[in-house]
Write a protein that binds this ligand. Sequence first.
Ligand code: OVM
Length: 395
Amino acid sequence: MDQAPALDIDPFAASFFDDPFPAHAALRDAGAVVFLPRHGFYAAARWQEVHAMLNDWQGFCSSRGVGVSDFAREKPWRPPSLVLEADPPAHTRARTVLDRALAPAALRPLRAALAEAAAECVEAALAAGECDAIPALAEAFPLAVFPDAMGLTREGREHLLPYGSLAFNAFGPDNELRRAALAEAAPHVAWVGAQCRRENLAPDGIGAAIHAAADRGEITAEEAVLLVRSLLTAGLDTTVSAIGAALHCLATFPHAFAQLRADPTLARAAFEEALRLESPVQTFFRTTTRPIEVDGTTLGEGDKVLLFLCAANRDPRRWDRPDEYDLSRRTAGHVAFGSGVHMCVGQLLSRLEGEALLTALARRVAAIEPAGPPVRRHNNTLRALAHLPLHLRAA
Ligand code: OVM
């Protein structure tokens, strides 16, 4: 076999976002790699190939962009990220700086503040009885901790979520979502750009820790600015989506919430399994650096391949009862944080946030029940909710 099977699917259409799972199954079943003629790129949706391509940065590069747009042919909408949109060895230098700024030793001091903010958010949501858990918890909690941890000024923080949403929409094709996001981009881009500068960051935050790497000669001062931008881009909307997903899982699988209540140390497992099942970052592209054979299909040089992380995380070839939210599952090997050299640099902070919120929930809430249908927030990359009406009963 030489040519990939073709499927007439648009993974950036509203109907796909509303229910991607039948299309995920069709993509997995059609082949190890599938051609999507509507867009002219390839797709991989089985766990084995998604995992393998993520771990082959020599063959499947990031420096030509991890969205539809090929940076070798089109000008990127903003200066490329020094980590996300780079390959080794340049990537390694930048990544090392972020690794240190987000290492366990750097984040340990945040734990107490996270627990306190989580308890406060849960208390406020409980007081309301019925709440929209997206603004009340999934957004309120990360907004209460992440900007402070970075060392941002209070003024203008309302730009953070729209900026993240813009960046994740920008990975998609030239569709209505991407056009609308770019049309509104200017004020968000300007504010975030300014906040990345050293003089606008508190001296004890994660942002300052990145700038300190410039003093040690590990990176230049301009590179430090762009690395702070990476965290402001990728650090908030993702966690909001992940916590929203976990709340949705716990509301729709009451047995799992009962287990979490009985043993709050399951908070970490509950967050991780929600990451696997819902996969806040649904997709990323890679670009082939040379002709490569994948399971009998030959890709050419410079081909874009869309990696379906959520489809891989629900691949029945890899997971038992893949669509079930199961707190006892061994989630190791899920690709919600990616895999390989680009694997999420903020995963520790993400897990600390998830664990803190779900622990507070386990301690203070007796029951979580849906109080209305969830409403999706469409985005070219993120699987997210706009609204999640819940009824919370105090323990
Ligand atoms: C970045 C970045 C990293 C990960 C995800 C992301 C918008 C951006 O380095 O700017 O999504």
